[in-house]
Design a protein around this ligand. Structure first.
Ligand code: HEM
Length: 671
């Protein structure tokens, strides 16, 4: 058996299993019979196994250089290093759909294990998937699987055969093999995207079964997992882009970056409004709307990249796949929002929201995230709309997005500090002291920045970090005092007890501080970035930005799959601004056969706790290696952005980590 044949059969089998699962889930709903539900559950692992086999077959074809498979011939070369070969399944269109579909079967299987096998006898709400809603939830997940595997079987087959296989293939897009992050970022992103299908499926099932409350408890874990993957993927993507794209920045508001940011914004809004429903049984319609939009946004991103409507590092192909994703996107919106409009009369909120309360802050915050998502959608689509209507080219670039996101970021940081400090329902005069403390921290932090002659924006970011740290301090202090008094234990013991039993509270503090830290890093790095370029002869030195650079060597290396031209540069600090810059830098231009004479920059950089020194080789003496044109980019506090990303990931993990004793949250009842 060849890998192509095995992969093709397994692909078809996954489609068939998914269809059978869908039909069985439909029968379980129609007949209200748990035997069908049980059967649907049993199909989920079969679909997973078949999808894994298909994925494995693609790896097999790549590892054995089987160029009779078109995908392998187009995106792999015998010269590729092993790690590049292993990650090639997601380096192009068909393989990335296969990864998405396989992860979907994984999530469906995990959800199927949460179905309460007790059947339809009891309506009890447990952490398990409520059996009244299970058929629809599983059915939706199977339906999504059917879409992905049908696209592969009928339109974008990863195992299409090539009648006359070449002796060697082209290899993947060089940009994708220039950095190990290729092994990490796409997988995290897909885990996040696909993960959002679970709360979406639960939301639809809640609307169909008209049981509007308990799905929120059941989906919290899934939402956090998906949100955590998405957040980490966005930071990882920014880091990757910083390290390899050779312009010294990490976020360019590229349409595809935006496409990952939109679901993140909507998922963050959802993560916060669900807390109000959990606690007070309110914001039900918001939650249905937000999760529908968040899931639709993941499909929107895929539509953008697969339709060929944009040109980008991430864009894969022109062809019918884009149109199919558009239909799928519209389907998600029509079904989700259509069902919401159908049940809207029954899910109206009973209570009233006061702005001076925790739910008020949560609503304001989620509206802010929703508005930002809307702005990013419009900013991303506007050039396409103008081009389609008038053939004129307009570009909405970083300045527009930066201008809009800066005030929104400030508002989000203000709300993020005050929100958790406010009590539920209505804040009384007792919070005045806390507000005073928070306001003072904001003023002191900002004033300190201004005294250090930082710009107003950067000083404000420091003030907002101080304000958020103060908010966390106030809440921890309050919790520790209460616990120490109630349990008669020391403050330290009370702190440890609080940290281990209130994982959600503590974890969200960690995540919030991570976000405030990221804002400081962004403010500094965007405001004080310095760059300069110069051509140096061998041995010549150049003083700039507090450092002295000396060109030591220019040479070329044959690295199998590419020719790598390098410049060896010594850098040393000449004044305080060049702190920690000392070292030898090897900056490269890599030449891949697929890209002709166009070199791909592989900058060398040194991270420090203050400035990053980022050296790019722009041009070189092709004949004798006597000179090189170098560009130096010095950016402060970028390392703190990656640290902030790590803090956010750790905070999320901390919340998700099982508690030694189950946390008792006061919650709103109802099904
Ligand atoms: C949790 C408010 C922005 C991530 C929370 C909680 C509140 C809150 C009140 C619950 C804390 C507790 O249980 O004691 C807000 C407000 C924001 C905001 C008003 C401003 C717009 C953010 C941002 C992020 C974030 C920007 C992400 C970087 C989280 C996470 C949780 C959380 C992950 C835990 C959720 C859970 O366990 O279900 N937030 N937050 N928040 N927040 Fe925020």
């Amino acid at each position: 058996m060849t890998p192509g044949l095995l992969g093709g059969i397994a692909l078809l089998a996954t489609l068939v299993f998914s269809l059978v699962g869908l039909v069985l889930a439909g029968l379980a709903l129609w007949a209200q019979d748990r035997r069908y539900l049980e059967a649907a559950r049993r199909v989920a692992p079969m679909a997973l196994l078949a999808a894994l086999t298909s994925f494995g077959a693609l790896e097999w074809a790549l590892l054995t250089h089987d160029f009779s498979v078109r995908y392998v011939a187009l995106h792999h070369s015998v010269k590729d290093p092993l790690w590049v070969t292993l990650v090639t399944p997601w380096a192009a269109l068909e393989g990335s759909i296969l990864l998405w579909g396989t992860l979907q079967t994984l999530y469906t299987w995990l959800v199927s294990r949460r179905v309460d096998a007790g059947g339809f006898k009891s309506a009890s709400t447990t952490p398990l998937l409520d059996p009244w809603r299970a058929p629809v939830a599983l059915g939706v997940l199977f339906a999504i699987q059917v879409f992905f595997f049908a696209v592969m079987v009928f339109v974008a087959h990863p195992f299409d055969a090539l009648p006359n296989p070449p002796a060697d293939g082209r290899g993947p897009n060089p940009l994708l093999q220039n950095h190990w992050m290729m092994a990490v970022h796409p997988v995290l992103m897909y885990l996040g995207f696909v993960g959002l299908s679970v709360p979406f499926a639960y939301a639809l099932s809640a609307m169909v079964a008209r049981r509007f409350q308990s799905w929120i408890f059941e989906t919290r874990w899934w939402t956090l997992v998906a949100w955590g993957f998405l957040s980490t993927a966005i930071f990882a993507g920014a880091w990757w882009s910083y390290e390899i794209l050779g312009w010294g920045g990490y976020w360019a508001w590229d349409p595809v970056e935006n496409a990952s940011f939109i679901p993140w914004l909507l998922a963050t809004a959802f993560l916060h409004t669900t807390q109000v429903q959990e606690r007070r049984g309110m914001f039900k319609p918001w939650n249905f709307a937000y999760i529908t939009l968040a899931f639709a946004a993941t499909v929107f991103g895929t539509f953008l990249t697969r339709s060929g409507v944009i040109q980008s590092v991430h864009a894969f192909a022109d062809g019918p796949v884009g149109a199919l994703f558009l239909v799928f996107l519209l389907g998600v919106l029509v079904v989700g929002l259509g069902l919401l409009s159908k049940v809207s009369g029954e899910v109206r909120d009973a209570g009233e929201v006061r702005w001076k309360s925790r739910e008020g802050a949560l609503l304001a915050g989620s509206l802010l995230f929703g508005t930002m998502a809307f702005v990013v959608v419009i900013g991303t689509l506007w050039p396409l709309v103008v081009e389609a209507l008038s053939a004129a080219k307009v570009s909405i670039g970083a300045p527009f997005f930066n201008q809009v996101s800066a005030p929104m970021g400030v508002a989000a940081l203000l709300l993020m500090g005050i929100g958790p400090v406010l009590p539920w329902r209505n804040a009384g005069p007792q919070i005045r002291r806390n507000l005073l403390l928070l306001g003072s921290a904001l003023l002191v932090g900002t004033a300190l920045g201004l005294l250090l002659r930082l710009t107003l924006g950067v000083s404000l970011s420091l003030g907002l970090l101080a304000y958020n740290l103060c908010a966390v301090g106030v809440m921890i202090d309050q919790g520790v005092k209460e616990r120490s008094r109630a349990l008669g234990i020391s403050r330290w013991k009370a702190f440890l007890e609080l940290a281990s039993s209130s994982r959600r509270r503590f974890g969200s503090h960690i995540v919030h501080v991570g976000f405030a830290l990221a804002a400081v890093a962004i403010a500094f790095s965007q405001t004080y970035r310095f760059e300069e370029a110069k051509t140096l002869n061998l041995g010549q030195s150049w003083q700039t930005a507090g450092v002295e650079l000396r060109l030591r060597n220019v040479g070329v290396e044959d690295q199998g799959n590419r020719q790598s031209v390098y410049a060896l540069v010594e850098m040393r600090a000449v004044d305080r601004r060049g702190l920690w810059a000392d070292g030898t830098y090897t900056t490269r231009l890599n030449f891949y056969p697929q890209m002709g004479n166009q070199g791909l920059a592989a900058p060398d950089l040194k991270y420090t706790l203050y400035n990053d020194y980022y050296l790019i080789l722009q041009a070189f003496d092709t004949e004798r290696g006597q000179w090189a044109t170098l560009k130096l980019v010095v950016t402060p506090l970028v390392l703190w952005l990656w640290i902030a990303g790590g803090i956010i990931a750790l905070g999320t993990l901390y919340i998700l980590w099982p508690s030694p004793q189950p946390q008792r949250e006061r919650t709103a009842g109802g099904a």
